[in-house]
Design a protein around this ligand. Structure first.
Ligand code: ADP
Ligand code: MG
Length: 438
Protein backbone atom coordinates (compact mmCIF):
# COMPACT_ATOMS: atom_id res chain seq x y z
CA UNK A 1 0.00 0.00 0.00
CA UNK A 2 1.10 3.55 -0.65
CA UNK A 3 2.26 5.24 2.50
CA UNK A 4 0.95 8.53 1.17
CA UNK A 5 -2.34 8.93 -0.60
CA UNK A 6 -0.81 9.89 -3.93
CA UNK A 7 -3.07 9.94 -6.96
CA UNK A 8 -2.17 7.11 -9.37
CA UNK A 9 0.43 7.95 -11.99
CA UNK A 10 -1.18 8.61 -15.38
CA UNK A 11 -0.50 6.08 -18.14
CA UNK A 12 0.62 8.96 -20.31
CA UNK A 13 1.13 12.64 -19.73
CA UNK A 14 1.84 15.29 -22.34
CA UNK A 15 3.48 18.28 -20.67
CA UNK A 16 3.61 21.69 -22.32
CA UNK A 17 4.09 20.24 -25.77
CA UNK A 18 4.90 22.47 -28.72
CA UNK A 19 5.30 20.94 -32.14
CA UNK A 20 6.63 22.54 -35.32
CA UNK A 21 7.42 21.01 -38.67
CA UNK A 22 9.76 22.33 -41.33
CA UNK A 23 8.30 22.00 -44.81
CA UNK A 24 10.41 21.10 -47.82
CA UNK A 25 10.26 24.78 -48.84
CA UNK A 26 12.11 25.57 -45.61
CA UNK A 27 9.03 27.20 -44.10
CA UNK A 28 8.41 26.34 -40.47
CA UNK A 29 4.85 25.65 -39.39
CA UNK A 30 3.63 25.57 -35.83
CA UNK A 31 1.22 22.69 -35.38
CA UNK A 32 0.74 22.36 -31.61
CA UNK A 33 0.93 25.03 -28.96
CA UNK A 34 1.23 24.31 -25.27
CA UNK A 35 -0.62 21.01 -25.18
CA UNK A 36 -1.06 19.53 -21.74
CA UNK A 37 -3.16 16.52 -20.82
CA UNK A 38 -3.04 13.19 -19.04
CA UNK A 39 -4.45 9.78 -19.85
CA UNK A 40 -5.44 8.02 -16.65
CA UNK A 41 -6.07 4.34 -16.20
CA UNK A 42 -9.71 3.48 -16.86
CA UNK A 43 -10.34 6.55 -18.95
CA UNK A 44 -11.61 7.14 -22.46
CA UNK A 45 -10.04 10.33 -23.71
CA UNK A 46 -11.80 11.82 -26.73
CA UNK A 47 -9.82 14.39 -28.69
CA UNK A 48 -12.27 16.43 -30.74
CA UNK A 49 -11.23 18.99 -33.32
CA UNK A 50 -11.41 20.05 -36.94
CA UNK A 51 -8.97 18.62 -39.43
CA UNK A 52 -5.56 20.20 -39.15
CA UNK A 53 -5.89 20.91 -35.42
CA UNK A 54 -3.10 18.47 -34.62
CA UNK A 55 -5.11 15.54 -33.25
CA UNK A 56 -3.11 12.88 -35.08
CA UNK A 57 0.10 14.63 -34.11
CA UNK A 58 -0.92 14.32 -30.43
CA UNK A 59 -1.49 10.59 -30.97
CA UNK A 60 1.87 10.19 -32.64
CA UNK A 61 3.56 11.96 -29.73
CA UNK A 62 1.88 9.82 -27.08
CA UNK A 63 2.66 6.65 -28.98
CA UNK A 64 6.27 7.74 -29.23
CA UNK A 65 6.35 7.85 -33.03
CA UNK A 66 7.62 11.42 -33.00
CA UNK A 67 9.47 13.39 -30.40
CA UNK A 68 7.94 16.78 -29.60
CA UNK A 69 9.82 19.93 -30.58
CA UNK A 70 9.40 21.23 -27.02
CA UNK A 71 7.91 19.76 -23.86
CA UNK A 72 7.77 16.22 -22.58
CA UNK A 73 5.81 13.05 -23.02
CA UNK A 74 5.80 10.89 -19.88
CA UNK A 75 4.93 7.20 -19.79
CA UNK A 76 3.88 6.17 -16.27
CA UNK A 77 5.75 9.18 -14.92
CA UNK A 78 9.00 8.64 -16.83
CA UNK A 79 10.16 10.31 -20.04
CA UNK A 80 9.09 8.26 -23.05
CA UNK A 81 11.94 7.26 -25.33
CA UNK A 82 11.05 5.59 -28.63
CA UNK A 83 7.75 3.86 -29.36
CA UNK A 84 5.37 3.54 -26.41
CA UNK A 85 5.09 -0.20 -25.63
CA UNK A 86 1.69 0.39 -23.97
CA UNK A 87 -0.02 1.62 -27.15
CA UNK A 88 -1.85 -0.21 -29.96
CA UNK A 89 -3.26 1.83 -32.81
CA UNK A 90 -6.35 1.66 -35.05
CA UNK A 91 -6.39 3.78 -38.20
CA UNK A 92 -9.17 5.49 -40.15
CA UNK A 93 -8.06 3.92 -43.40
CA UNK A 94 -7.99 0.41 -41.86
CA UNK A 95 -4.49 0.00 -43.36
CA UNK A 96 -5.04 -3.65 -44.26
CA UNK A 97 -2.61 -5.47 -46.53
CA UNK A 98 -4.64 -6.67 -49.52
CA UNK A 99 -2.51 -9.76 -50.18
CA UNK A 100 -3.00 -11.11 -46.64
CA UNK A 101 -6.17 -12.74 -45.35
CA UNK A 102 -7.94 -11.67 -42.16
CA UNK A 103 -5.93 -13.88 -39.80
CA UNK A 104 -2.65 -12.90 -41.44
CA UNK A 105 -3.58 -9.21 -41.28
CA UNK A 106 -4.37 -9.55 -37.59
CA UNK A 107 -1.02 -11.26 -37.05
CA UNK A 108 1.01 -8.49 -38.68
CA UNK A 109 2.13 -6.74 -35.49
CA UNK A 110 3.00 -9.92 -33.60
CA UNK A 111 6.19 -10.83 -35.40
CA UNK A 112 8.59 -8.73 -33.32
CA UNK A 113 7.13 -10.15 -30.07
CA UNK A 114 8.72 -13.57 -30.72
CA UNK A 115 5.80 -15.56 -29.33
CA UNK A 116 5.60 -19.32 -29.82
CA UNK A 117 3.41 -20.44 -32.71
CA UNK A 118 0.78 -21.65 -30.26
CA UNK A 119 0.74 -18.41 -28.26
CA UNK A 120 0.40 -16.39 -31.45
CA UNK A 121 -2.44 -18.59 -32.74
CA UNK A 122 -4.31 -18.27 -29.45
CA UNK A 123 -3.99 -14.52 -29.45
CA UNK A 124 -5.14 -14.25 -33.06
CA UNK A 125 -8.14 -16.48 -32.44
CA UNK A 126 -9.12 -14.51 -29.37
CA UNK A 127 -8.82 -11.13 -31.12
CA UNK A 128 -10.84 -12.37 -34.10
CA UNK A 129 -13.56 -13.71 -31.78
CA UNK A 130 -13.69 -10.47 -29.81
CA UNK A 131 -14.54 -8.44 -32.90
CA UNK A 132 -17.02 -11.00 -34.22
CA UNK A 133 -15.05 -12.14 -37.26
CA UNK A 134 -14.92 -15.86 -36.55
CA UNK A 135 -15.50 -17.72 -39.80
CA UNK A 136 -13.80 -14.98 -41.84
CA UNK A 137 -10.21 -15.89 -40.98
CA UNK A 138 -9.47 -16.91 -44.55
CA UNK A 139 -11.23 -13.99 -46.25
CA UNK A 140 -9.28 -11.30 -48.06
CA UNK A 141 -9.83 -7.57 -47.49
CA UNK A 142 -11.51 -7.11 -50.90
CA UNK A 143 -14.25 -9.52 -49.82
CA UNK A 144 -15.07 -7.49 -46.71
CA UNK A 145 -17.39 -4.52 -46.16
CA UNK A 146 -15.97 -1.32 -44.66
CA UNK A 147 -17.30 -2.22 -41.24
CA UNK A 148 -15.69 -5.66 -41.36
CA UNK A 149 -12.40 -4.19 -42.53
CA UNK A 150 -12.39 -1.95 -39.50
CA UNK A 151 -13.16 -4.95 -37.30
CA UNK A 152 -9.93 -6.43 -38.65
CA UNK A 153 -8.23 -3.12 -37.87
CA UNK A 154 -9.47 -3.34 -34.28
CA UNK A 155 -8.53 -7.02 -33.94
CA UNK A 156 -5.04 -6.18 -35.11
CA UNK A 157 -4.73 -3.69 -32.25
CA UNK A 158 -6.32 -6.04 -29.67
CA UNK A 159 -3.96 -8.87 -30.57
CA UNK A 160 -1.11 -6.75 -29.21
CA UNK A 161 -2.71 -6.99 -25.72
CA UNK A 162 -1.69 -3.52 -24.71
CA UNK A 163 -3.29 -1.29 -22.07
CA UNK A 164 -3.84 1.75 -24.32
CA UNK A 165 -5.95 1.55 -27.46
CA UNK A 166 -5.57 4.57 -29.74
CA UNK A 167 -8.16 5.10 -32.46
CA UNK A 168 -7.56 7.79 -35.08
CA UNK A 169 -10.93 8.74 -36.62
CA UNK A 170 -11.71 5.03 -36.75
CA UNK A 171 -15.32 5.26 -37.91
CA UNK A 172 -15.33 8.29 -40.17
CA UNK A 173 -14.98 6.27 -43.38
CA UNK A 174 -18.03 4.15 -42.45
CA UNK A 175 -21.73 4.75 -42.92
CA UNK A 176 -23.60 6.15 -39.92
CA UNK A 177 -25.20 2.90 -38.76
CA UNK A 178 -22.06 0.79 -39.05
CA UNK A 179 -20.14 3.47 -37.19
CA UNK A 180 -22.70 3.40 -34.40
CA UNK A 181 -22.53 -0.38 -34.08
CA UNK A 182 -18.74 -0.42 -33.94
CA UNK A 183 -18.66 2.45 -31.45
CA UNK A 184 -20.90 0.45 -29.11
CA UNK A 185 -18.79 -2.67 -29.57
CA UNK A 186 -15.57 -0.87 -28.72
CA UNK A 187 -17.22 0.52 -25.60
CA UNK A 188 -18.47 -2.94 -24.64
CA UNK A 189 -15.04 -4.46 -25.12
CA UNK A 190 -13.50 -1.82 -22.89
CA UNK A 191 -16.19 -2.23 -20.20
CA UNK A 192 -16.26 -6.04 -20.33
CA UNK A 193 -12.74 -6.43 -19.00
CA UNK A 194 -12.20 -9.27 -21.52
CA UNK A 195 -9.17 -7.49 -22.94
CA UNK A 196 -6.09 -5.89 -21.37
CA UNK A 197 -7.26 -2.51 -22.71
CA UNK A 198 -7.42 -0.16 -19.73
CA UNK A 199 -7.73 3.17 -21.48
CA UNK A 200 -8.76 4.43 -24.89
CA UNK A 201 -7.78 7.55 -26.80
CA UNK A 202 -10.15 8.31 -29.64
CA UNK A 203 -9.52 11.11 -32.10
CA UNK A 204 -12.59 12.39 -33.88
CA UNK A 205 -14.18 15.40 -35.54
CA UNK A 206 -17.64 14.12 -34.65
CA UNK A 207 -19.12 15.78 -31.57
CA UNK A 208 -21.65 13.04 -30.87
CA UNK A 209 -18.94 10.41 -31.09
CA UNK A 210 -16.74 12.33 -28.65
CA UNK A 211 -19.58 12.75 -26.17
CA UNK A 212 -20.95 9.23 -26.48
CA UNK A 213 -17.53 7.71 -25.87
CA UNK A 214 -15.32 10.10 -23.92
CA UNK A 215 -15.03 10.15 -20.14
CA UNK A 216 -12.77 13.14 -20.74
CA UNK A 217 -13.09 15.35 -23.80
CA UNK A 218 -10.50 17.72 -25.18
CA UNK A 219 -11.75 20.23 -27.72
CA UNK A 220 -8.98 21.46 -29.99
CA UNK A 221 -8.79 24.57 -32.12
CA UNK A 222 -6.56 25.33 -35.10
CA UNK A 223 -3.74 27.64 -36.16
CA UNK A 224 -1.84 26.53 -34.19
CA UNK A 225 -3.45 23.42 -32.69
CA UNK A 226 -4.37 24.10 -29.09
CA UNK A 227 -6.72 22.86 -26.40
CA UNK A 228 -9.80 25.08 -26.19
CA UNK A 229 -11.63 23.10 -23.55
CA UNK A 230 -11.07 20.04 -21.39
CA UNK A 231 -14.14 18.56 -19.72
CA UNK A 232 -14.96 15.42 -17.78
CA UNK A 233 -18.02 13.53 -18.92
CA UNK A 234 -19.36 11.27 -16.19
CA UNK A 235 -22.62 10.30 -17.89
CA UNK A 236 -23.07 6.55 -17.29
CA UNK A 237 -22.44 4.09 -20.15
CA UNK A 238 -24.15 3.12 -22.34
CA UNK A 239 -25.09 6.71 -22.98
CA UNK A 240 -28.52 7.83 -23.88
CA UNK A 241 -28.18 10.38 -26.68
CA UNK A 242 -31.65 11.75 -26.12
CA UNK A 243 -31.20 12.49 -22.42
CA UNK A 244 -31.24 16.12 -21.31
CA UNK A 245 -27.71 15.99 -19.93
CA UNK A 246 -26.34 14.53 -23.15
CA UNK A 247 -27.94 17.35 -25.14
CA UNK A 248 -26.63 19.92 -22.68
CA UNK A 249 -23.13 18.57 -23.25
CA UNK A 250 -23.55 18.71 -27.00
CA UNK A 251 -24.78 22.31 -26.81
CA UNK A 252 -21.86 23.41 -24.65
CA UNK A 253 -19.33 21.88 -26.96
CA UNK A 254 -21.07 23.32 -30.03
CA UNK A 255 -20.77 26.75 -28.46
CA UNK A 256 -17.04 26.38 -27.80
CA UNK A 257 -16.41 25.29 -31.39
CA UNK A 258 -18.62 28.00 -32.85
CA UNK A 259 -17.00 30.67 -30.71
CA UNK A 260 -13.60 29.50 -31.93
CA UNK A 261 -14.55 29.77 -35.59
CA UNK A 262 -17.09 32.60 -35.68
CA UNK A 263 -16.67 34.55 -32.44
CA UNK A 264 -19.50 36.86 -31.43
CA UNK A 265 -17.82 40.25 -31.65
CA UNK A 266 -17.36 41.55 -28.11
CA UNK A 267 -19.07 44.97 -27.58
CA UNK A 268 -16.03 46.58 -26.05
CA UNK A 269 -13.83 46.49 -29.15
CA UNK A 270 -13.41 50.11 -30.24
CA UNK A 271 -14.98 50.69 -33.68
CA UNK A 272 -11.66 51.99 -34.99
CA UNK A 273 -10.13 48.59 -34.38
CA UNK A 274 -12.89 46.84 -36.24
CA UNK A 275 -12.52 49.27 -39.11
CA UNK A 276 -8.82 48.53 -39.36
CA UNK A 277 -8.99 44.81 -38.85
CA UNK A 278 -7.77 42.78 -41.77
CA UNK A 279 -9.86 39.64 -41.84
CA UNK A 280 -8.48 36.37 -43.11
CA UNK A 281 -10.65 34.60 -45.66
CA UNK A 282 -11.83 31.13 -44.74
CA UNK A 283 -10.86 28.49 -47.29
CA UNK A 284 -14.24 27.89 -48.84
CA UNK A 285 -15.51 28.07 -52.39
CA UNK A 286 -18.15 30.66 -53.22
CA UNK A 287 -20.48 28.00 -54.56
CA UNK A 288 -20.39 26.37 -51.13
CA UNK A 289 -21.46 29.70 -49.66
CA UNK A 290 -24.25 29.96 -52.23
CA UNK A 291 -25.44 26.46 -51.35
CA UNK A 292 -25.49 27.38 -47.68
CA UNK A 293 -27.48 30.57 -48.36
CA UNK A 294 -30.05 28.64 -50.40
CA UNK A 295 -30.42 26.11 -47.64
CA UNK A 296 -31.02 28.80 -45.00
CA UNK A 297 -33.48 30.52 -47.30
CA UNK A 298 -35.39 27.25 -47.66
CA UNK A 299 -35.55 26.96 -43.88
CA UNK A 300 -37.22 30.34 -43.62
CA UNK A 301 -34.09 32.49 -43.27
CA UNK A 302 -32.71 30.94 -40.10
CA UNK A 303 -31.04 27.60 -39.41
CA UNK A 304 -28.88 25.80 -36.91
CA UNK A 305 -25.30 25.33 -38.12
CA UNK A 306 -25.12 21.75 -36.87
CA UNK A 307 -28.50 20.80 -38.34
CA UNK A 308 -27.29 22.12 -41.70
CA UNK A 309 -24.10 20.14 -41.39
CA UNK A 310 -26.16 17.00 -40.93
CA UNK A 311 -28.52 17.84 -43.78
CA UNK A 312 -25.63 18.61 -46.15
CA UNK A 313 -23.60 15.63 -44.85
CA UNK A 314 -20.73 18.03 -44.25
CA UNK A 315 -18.32 18.36 -41.39
CA UNK A 316 -19.72 20.95 -39.01
CA UNK A 317 -16.42 22.83 -39.08
CA UNK A 318 -16.73 23.24 -42.83
CA UNK A 319 -20.28 24.57 -42.45
CA UNK A 320 -19.07 27.02 -39.82
CA UNK A 321 -16.35 28.18 -42.21
CA UNK A 322 -18.96 28.68 -44.94
CA UNK A 323 -21.03 30.66 -42.43
CA UNK A 324 -17.98 32.73 -41.60
CA UNK A 325 -17.44 33.47 -45.29
CA UNK A 326 -21.09 34.42 -45.70
CA UNK A 327 -20.82 36.65 -42.65
CA UNK A 328 -17.75 38.42 -44.03
CA UNK A 329 -19.81 39.19 -47.11
CA UNK A 330 -22.65 40.50 -44.88
CA UNK A 331 -25.07 37.88 -46.14
CA UNK A 332 -25.68 36.29 -42.73
CA UNK A 333 -25.45 36.96 -39.02
CA UNK A 334 -24.36 34.22 -36.67
CA UNK A 335 -25.88 34.59 -33.23
CA UNK A 336 -24.78 31.54 -31.15
CA UNK A 337 -25.18 28.37 -33.22
CA UNK A 338 -27.75 29.88 -35.58
CA UNK A 339 -27.15 31.28 -39.05
CA UNK A 340 -29.60 34.02 -40.03
CA UNK A 341 -29.93 35.59 -43.49
CA UNK A 342 -29.54 39.37 -43.54
CA UNK A 343 -31.67 41.52 -45.85
CA UNK A 344 -28.74 41.63 -48.22
CA UNK A 345 -28.40 37.85 -48.04
CA UNK A 346 -32.07 37.50 -48.80
CA UNK A 347 -31.72 39.75 -51.86
CA UNK A 348 -28.69 37.78 -52.94
CA UNK A 349 -30.50 34.45 -52.86
CA UNK A 350 -33.20 35.85 -55.14
CA UNK A 351 -30.84 37.66 -57.51
CA UNK A 352 -29.98 36.47 -61.03
CA UNK A 353 -26.39 35.62 -61.88
CA UNK A 354 -25.47 39.11 -63.12
CA UNK A 355 -26.80 40.80 -60.03
CA UNK A 356 -25.06 38.14 -57.92
CA UNK A 357 -21.75 39.02 -59.55
CA UNK A 358 -22.30 42.73 -58.93
CA UNK A 359 -23.21 42.08 -55.31
CA UNK A 360 -20.12 39.95 -54.73
CA UNK A 361 -17.97 42.65 -56.33
CA UNK A 362 -19.49 45.29 -54.06
CA UNK A 363 -19.12 43.14 -50.95
CA UNK A 364 -15.53 42.19 -51.76
CA UNK A 365 -14.62 45.85 -51.88
CA UNK A 366 -15.83 46.13 -48.29
CA UNK A 367 -13.25 43.55 -47.21
CA UNK A 368 -10.02 45.14 -46.05
CA UNK A 369 -7.72 42.62 -47.67
CA UNK A 370 -9.44 43.00 -51.06
CA UNK A 371 -9.58 46.76 -50.70
CA UNK A 372 -5.86 46.92 -49.87
CA UNK A 373 -5.01 44.71 -52.81
CA UNK A 374 -7.13 46.88 -55.09
CA UNK A 375 -5.18 49.96 -54.02
CA UNK A 376 -1.93 48.10 -54.59
CA UNK A 377 -2.96 47.03 -58.09
CA UNK A 378 -4.15 50.54 -58.95
CA UNK A 379 -0.71 51.87 -58.14
CA UNK A 380 1.20 49.06 -59.90
CA UNK A 381 2.48 49.09 -63.44
CA UNK A 382 -0.17 47.80 -65.88
CA UNK A 383 -2.40 47.30 -62.84
CA UNK A 384 -0.89 43.88 -62.25
CA UNK A 385 1.49 42.08 -59.88
CA UNK A 386 3.11 38.67 -59.87
CA UNK A 387 1.77 35.80 -57.77
CA UNK A 388 4.89 36.00 -55.60
CA UNK A 389 4.32 39.71 -54.96
CA UNK A 390 0.72 39.02 -54.12
CA UNK A 391 1.69 36.26 -51.66
CA UNK A 392 4.22 38.63 -50.09
CA UNK A 393 1.51 41.25 -49.79
CA UNK A 394 -0.82 38.77 -48.07
CA UNK A 395 1.94 37.70 -45.69
CA UNK A 396 2.54 41.34 -44.75
CA UNK A 397 -1.06 41.91 -43.81
CA UNK A 398 -1.90 38.46 -42.45
CA UNK A 399 1.37 37.09 -41.09
CA UNK A 400 -0.31 34.30 -39.13
CA UNK A 401 -2.37 32.87 -41.96
CA UNK A 402 -1.44 30.41 -44.71
CA UNK A 403 -0.82 32.88 -47.55
CA UNK A 404 -1.33 30.35 -50.37
CA UNK A 405 -4.77 29.43 -49.10
CA UNK A 406 -5.82 33.06 -48.68
CA UNK A 407 -4.51 33.74 -52.18
CA UNK A 408 -6.53 30.89 -53.71
CA UNK A 409 -9.69 31.98 -51.94
CA UNK A 410 -9.23 35.65 -52.74
CA UNK A 411 -8.65 34.94 -56.42
CA UNK A 412 -11.54 32.49 -56.63
CA UNK A 413 -13.96 34.95 -55.05
CA UNK A 414 -12.77 37.97 -56.97
CA UNK A 415 -12.81 36.19 -60.32
CA UNK A 416 -16.49 35.54 -59.71
CA UNK A 417 -17.05 39.18 -58.72
CA UNK A 418 -14.82 40.37 -61.58
CA UNK A 419 -12.75 42.43 -59.19
CA UNK A 420 -9.36 40.85 -59.81
CA UNK A 421 -8.36 38.47 -62.53
CA UNK A 422 -5.60 35.88 -62.64
CA UNK A 423 -3.55 35.09 -65.69
CA UNK A 424 -2.37 31.49 -65.32
CA UNK A 425 0.18 31.83 -68.13
CA UNK A 426 2.05 34.87 -66.83
CA UNK A 427 1.11 33.99 -63.22
CA UNK A 428 -0.05 37.53 -62.56
CA UNK A 429 -2.94 39.05 -60.67
CA UNK A 430 -4.57 42.01 -62.39
CA UNK A 431 -7.31 44.50 -61.77
CA UNK A 432 -10.41 43.47 -63.65
CA UNK A 433 -12.56 46.05 -65.36
CA UNK A 434 -15.98 44.55 -65.85
CA UNK A 435 -17.87 45.99 -68.78
CA UNK A 436 -15.25 48.73 -69.13
CA UNK A 437 -16.34 51.21 -71.79
CA UNK A 438 -19.73 49.52 -72.15
P1 ADP B 1 -5.50 16.43 -37.54
O1 ADP B 1 -5.25 15.00 -37.22
O2 ADP B 1 -6.18 17.19 -36.44
O3 ADP B 1 -6.22 16.63 -38.84
P2 ADP B 1 -2.63 16.56 -37.91
O4 ADP B 1 -2.04 16.28 -36.58
O5 ADP B 1 -2.63 15.46 -38.90
O6 ADP B 1 -4.09 17.17 -37.72
O7 ADP B 1 -1.86 17.78 -38.59
C1 ADP B 1 -1.84 19.08 -38.05
C2 ADP B 1 -1.09 19.98 -38.99
O8 ADP B 1 0.26 19.57 -39.06
C3 ADP B 1 -1.60 19.94 -40.41
O9 ADP B 1 -1.58 21.26 -40.92
C4 ADP B 1 -0.61 19.06 -41.13
O10 ADP B 1 -0.52 19.43 -42.48
C5 ADP B 1 0.68 19.35 -40.37
N1 ADP B 1 1.60 18.22 -40.34
C6 ADP B 1 1.42 17.04 -39.71
N2 ADP B 1 2.49 16.23 -39.83
C7 ADP B 1 3.40 16.93 -40.56
C8 ADP B 1 4.73 16.66 -41.03
N3 ADP B 1 5.35 15.52 -40.76
N4 ADP B 1 5.34 17.62 -41.76
C9 ADP B 1 4.73 18.79 -42.01
N5 ADP B 1 3.50 19.11 -41.60
C10 ADP B 1 2.83 18.20 -40.88
MG1 MG C 1 -5.73 13.33 -38.26
Amino acid sequence: MNSKNNPPTPLVELKNIHQSFTLSSGQKIKVLQDIHFTLEEGEILAILGPSGSGKSTCLRILSGLIEPTLGQCLRRGKPLIGPNPDVAMVFQTFALLPWLNVAQNVAVGLEPLSLTKLEAEERIKKAIDLVGLEGFEEAYPRELSGGMKQRVGIARALVMERPILCLDEPFSALDVLTAEVLRKEVLNLWRSGKTPVKSIVIVTHNILEAISMGSKILVMGTNPGQIKLAVKNDLPYPRDEISGRFKEFVDNIHSVITEDIIPDTPDWVPPAMIANAVEALPSVQLNEVFGLLDRIHESGGRADAFAIAQALKQESTQVLLMAKAAELLDFVDTPKNAIVLTNLGNQFVKADVNLKKQMIRAQLQQLRIADLLKTKLETSENHEISTEECLEFIRDWLPNEPAEKIFDTLIQWSRYGELFGYNATSKTVYLDQPDAGA
